[in-house]
Structures are given as C-alpha cells and as structure tokens.
Write a protein that binds this ligand. Sequence first.
Ligand code: PLP
Length: 385
Amino acid sequence: MEHRFITKRFWKDTSTAMSKSYAMARQFDDVINLSLGDPDLITDANISYAAYQDSLAGHTKYTDFRGDPELRKAILDYYHEELHIPIKDEEICVSCACLAMNLALQAILDDGDEVIIHAPYYTQYPQQIELARGVPVILNTYEEEDFQINIERLESLITDKTKALVINTPNNPTGTCFTEETMRNIAAVAIKHDLVVISDEIYTLYSFENPFMSMLSVDGMRERTIVINSFSKDYTMTGWRIGHIIAPDFIIDVIRQISEKLIFTAPTISQRAALYAMTHRDEIQPAMREEYKSRVFYAAERINNIPNMSVMSPRGTFYLFFNIKKTGLTSQEVQMKILQEAHVLTLPGSAFGDCGEGYIRIACTVGVDKLKEAFDRIEKMDIFK
Ligand code: PLP
C-alpha cells in the first residue's frame, strides 16, 4: 500500500499465489485444496506429548543462542549416521523454519549483490532475496532437460555482482531431484566463480529415485555451502516453525548474531519437539514417506491418463508440476477453470516464475481417496477431453 507511514519498499504488494489461495479455497463448500504444501497429516502424537512433558519439566525458558545443545547434537548425529557427513557443533544454528533463509542471505549479502535462483522456484525466494537487499537473478530450467540446471546457462548469468546461488533439491514445485552430475557441475561453477551455495534441503525425506544427496557431500563444497533445512515437511511439523542451518563456523557466528537481534532464540518448546522427532525418526518417518509416495504416484498416473495433460514420473517431494500446454490456455486460466468447474484448487505454474507458464502445480496433501475424487472431477472438464 502506498502510504507515507509504509516503507516504499512495500508500496508494491508482494503477496504470493500461496497467500491468495486461502481466499480462493473458500469459494465453494466442497473444494479439494491441492494448492498449499501443508500436509493434511498432523504431527505424530508422540512428538507433541514429548514437547508437552518437556515444557512441564521446565523447558519453557530461552535456550542457547544457537539452539538447545541436545537438539544440535541430535541433528549432527543425523548428518553423521544418515548422510555420512561429519559436522562440528560450531557449524550449526537452530532456527525458525524459513527464517533460516533470511538469516543466511543477511549474513552473506551486501546491498545489490546478485543471487541466482533456478526457476520454476519456490515462490518466496525472489522476495526473500530482496528483503535481504539482494537482487534475484533467474535461471530457467525446462521439462525437456528434466528441470536440471544447464551449466552453460548458469555460467552466462554470473557477473562481478554474483554472490550466491540458491538451489532446492528435491524441488518444489517440479519434484525434480538433481542428479549427482548436476550437483558436481554446480559445485564446479561455484568454486570457479567463488560463489556461496545456499542449499534448501527441506524435502530430504522425499527423494524417491535415488538416495538424497546433500551439497555438503560434494568435494570442496563444505567451505562455501549453507544448508537450510526444517522439520516442516520431513516430520509433518509445519506449525512448529523449527529448522536449522549448517554452514562454516564463521558464517554461523554471524547468523547467530543476526538471529539474536531478530528472535533471540528459536521457540524452546518447538526445539524439544524437534529433538524427539529427530531421535525417533526411524519410528516416525517411514510411514509418512510411503503415504506421500503412494499419493504422488497415484496422482501422476491419473494425470498421464487424462488427455491434454502430462507429467514426468515422480522423483521427489509431494508436488506434481503437470504440463497443460495442449489446452492452449494459460496456467492461470486453467487454474480458474479447474476451480470453477471441478472445485479443485491448484496453483498456476506462472506463480513459480515465467518458465512455469504452461504448468499447474498440485500438492498431494490429501489422501488417495480425495485425490481420486479430484481427478474424477477434473477428467470430466471439456478442456481435458
Ligand atoms: N523452502 C521450500 C522449497 C519450500 O517448499 C518451503 C515450504 O513450502 C519452505 C522452504 C519453507 O518451509 P518452512 O518455513 O515451513 O520450513
């Protein structure tokens, strides 16, 4: 809003398609909402009980600035045991979910520094970069290239202002997982041009084709990689707003200083919940992973059986980014038609960057029975015949 009391930086509305979808979901009583990546499952009851018990036992105060030491240790044990990456305690800071991205960007960016993001991108990235006074630079990826990063195109975007590259694999919205070759090529470019890589690894659990690969495991990348992760998706804990950052100790030290000014410490109760989740992951995660996996594979099959839409075989996350170019309509027009005629709420691909035009994103955050109903309704639509 343009008002003298408002900073000019926010005179332009920066609401994303995600925030608008709340209002759209209320248009009809029977809307099946596939727009947001907020899982329908609720947090495992044992996690909630553990957090409750811990609060009664006195975990209601501030924690250490870099997070509860027990939680830090549990996260580092996880990296060691599951990903075989040894990380020192000085290289971790517990944070509040997506605040981690802001802390990472604030720690490394000078005003006007450029940050390359690959599109289709998580809708918040461009403005997260602008909030940290950086300039987002968009690198398109394409279905024909499996939405992998094309290294020549990446290099052609690098200027003397480029400071960092944000990568996200497994990817929201496309579901793509970068191959080992892509990861090594990105690393080679980052090293050659002395860039920081911010690796958003929030969908670690949902890598269906190959084991998850962290940028931290690529040779030579530890000293220039900032990993951000959260408990939101891998543990179905979106509302607890808890996550962590792994980075070289000198970057973590700056992140701690910024975090202190913004939130002092991450919420203690959420940290205790995260501790239980992390140390009981073998009991909690397998069923969740299988549930989401069966949903995306079911939905992909339905999509590929409907004329005028198609999708690549699912590789990761619980999103599907399906091609609707044959309808001849824009992604926003198709989104509106699906909502009006089938009462199913999706997101238009254009919300994820210009190269997302011609696609629709769904989040498989309802069970197979609801997905069935959604696609039974969609396949009756004229534009898909
Ligand atoms: N990064 C990606 C790629 C996401 O898809 C999301 C949420 O959907 C986030 C970050 C933020 O998640 P949270 O703040 O819940 O950790």
